[in-house]
Ligand binder design. Structure first.
Ligand code: NDP
Length: 332
């Protein structure tokens, strides 16, 4: 695979220029470029520059408003209702997360219902932000169907990610952020592009039979992680991020989406909890003791550690040359 080495500043500039040329205003271009750059910085490459062509396609098709400004309603103390006004999630989240954090710091627990928005990124930025405010964060969203619920070979769930962050004093938080499919679809697409086989249990081909070929699985269906247990968690994500936000389930998103290569409209549910208010003094020492015990076990590493380690490397990132050519063609 041919690659080009770009600094993080070059990645951010390229992303921002491409988004401005594609139809974003300054606020949205800056917020998305920041999200994309942080993904490349942390090694979350399936949600970095790889997503830019999709962002631009969805503005050019007229589906997403790259100039949207969210409307935020926090009239009820523990509920932050956010209308994304048909825009992308990063700028909306940049505006709304501080409101959610404040609400949770006042009430102990607060929930954000984000609807009328297009999420095309990883979820760890939102839960990490909350943990940095000494809050526990939980977030989920759903997408168009590509995952077969346990027992069938018909796609019905999205890859439906779930993310969680726990705050730590003077340390990066413990964070997991995972698709509820065996592999995220972006990783299957990357495997197809780079010619890798998929691990067992990733998906079924169009004939309904298990396959390790990413091209076959992209024509067929993905499977949930952990059989019926992952399937139940994916169902929960559908209910929380759609029924509880008032936005579309994955199957409804598919019926409405124009398949332009970008994200479908959907909801995101984010819960913020304040351990200071819920449990009071001593929570930090208690949870730090648990984390120390867990980390001391042979072979264990904390979720989030890989990304946070990558983050310390401030050098260049190797970016696929063909992807860069596509992106430069877009901003052309
Ligand atoms: P991974 O399977 O790579 O990782 C899932 C989580 O497990 C991460 O927090 C990771 O931490 C942790 N982890 C991985 N290996 C270990 C290990 N050996 N020990 C302990 N923890 C470990 O992520 P996915 O492929 O499932 O998801 C990728 C991304 O896709 C997510 O960010 C998700 O939000 C995004 N996504 C977004 C969608 C959308 O609609 N917006 C749809 C679906 C997915 P670490 O990062 O440190 O490796």
């Amino acid at each position: 695979m041919s690659v080009e080495n770009l600094t993080l500043a070059e990645i951010e500039t390229l992303a921002k220029q491409t988004l401005l040329a594609g139809g974003c205003d300054e606020n949205n271009a800056a917020a998305i470029a920041d999200t994309v750059t942080r993904a490349e910085r942390d090694g979350s490459t399936s949600h970095g520059l790889f997503r830019l062509p999709g962002y631009v396609k969805s503005m050019r098709s007229g589906k997403v408003d790259g100039k949207a400004t969210p409307v935020i309603d926090n009239k009820m103390a523990a509920i932050v209702a956010v209308d994304g006004q048909g825009g992308y999630a990063p700028y909306t989240l940049q505006c709304a997360l501080p409101v959610l954090a404040k609400a949770a710091q006042n009430t102990g627990i607060a929930v954000m219902r984000l609807h009328n928005s297009y999420h095309f990124a990883a979820l760890w930025p939102e839960v990490e932000y909350l943990a940095e405010q000494n809050l526990v964060g939980l977030a989920c969203t759903c997408f168009k169907p590509s995952v077969a619920p346990a027992g069938t070979s018909t796609a019905f769930f999205g890859t439906n990610p779930l993310a969680f962050a726990w705050p730590r004093p003077d340390k990066t938080p413990v964070v997991f952020d995972m698709a509820t499919s065996r592999l995220a679809k972006g990783d299957v697409m990357l495997a197809a592009r780079e010619g890798h086989d998929l691990p067992d249990g990733t998906g079924l081909g169009p004939d309904g039979q298990p396959s390790n070929d990413p091209h076959e699985v992209l024509k067929g269906v993905l499977l949930p992680f952990g059989g019926y247990k992952g399937s139940a968690i994916s169902m929960m994500v559908e209910l929380l991020s759609s029924a509880l936000t008032g936005d579309q389930f994955s199957y409804e998103a598919e019926a409405q989406d124009n398949n332009d290569g970008g994200p479908a409209r959907g909801g995101e549910l984010i819960i913020a909890m304040s351990p200071d208010l819920i449990v009071g003094d001593g929570w930090r020492a208690h949870s730090e003791g648990f984390i120390a015990e867990l980390s001391s076990l042979e072979g264990v590493r904390l979720p989030g550690e890989r990304r946070h380690k990558n983050r310390q490397d401030t050098g260049t990132r190797a970016i696929n040359s063909a992807l860069l050519e596509t992106i430069r063609g877009l901003s052309g």
